[in-house]
Ligand binder design. Structure first.
Ligand code: THU
Length: 142
């Protein structure tokens, strides 16, 4: 899938953001190894801490439908949905990526529009990350 198509899907996902408290709207589009895309938005909560970021919404949707291999995620965000700058994933979302993605190959795409984006590998955003390899010594899939 072309990056600009993933950007378009992230922008579309952002339109569903539920962000009445911060007003900061985020959208994500997660590309699976088998070519599917899972979209996610941030979902805030009056009690604040239950808030879920757009990236984790996308990951949890995908994993809950049996997906375990991922190629890339595109993220867009801005105050009131205005895409002025690049929105990088929070630390918790980087850790969730670390659980399911190869930090050497998984790409994180930060976009402003379909022509402007930056790309990073997960290992650049989460150096020396702690992941499944630290705990799982033998072949295990569940
Ligand atoms: N947010 C995300 O959805 N993803 C990020 O990577 C950064 C933060 C959301 C959470 C909250 O709803 C709002 O942005 C302000 O923090």
């Amino acid at each position: 899938m072309a990056t600009k198509d993933l950007v378009r899907l992230a922008i579309e996902a952002m339109t569903y953001a539920y962000a009445p408290y911060s007003g900061f709207r985020v959208g994500a589009a997660l590309l699976t190894a088998d070519g599917n895309v899972y979209q996610g938005c941030n979902i805030e909560n009056a009690a604040y801490t239950p808030t879920n970021c757009a990236e984790r919404t996308a990951f949890f949707k995908a994993v809950s439908e049996g997906k375990r291999e991922f190629f890339a995620i595109c993220i867009v965000g801005g105050k009131d949905g205005v895409l002025e700058g690049y929105t990088a994933p929070c630390g918790v979302c980087r850790q969730v990526m670390m659980e399911f993605c190869d930090p050497e190959t998984f790409r994180v795409i930060l976009a402003k529009d379909e022509e402007h984006w930056q790309e990073y590998y997960l290992k650049e955003l989460l150096p020396m990350g702690f992941g499944p390899d630290n705990l799982i010594k033998t072949e295990q899939t569940n």
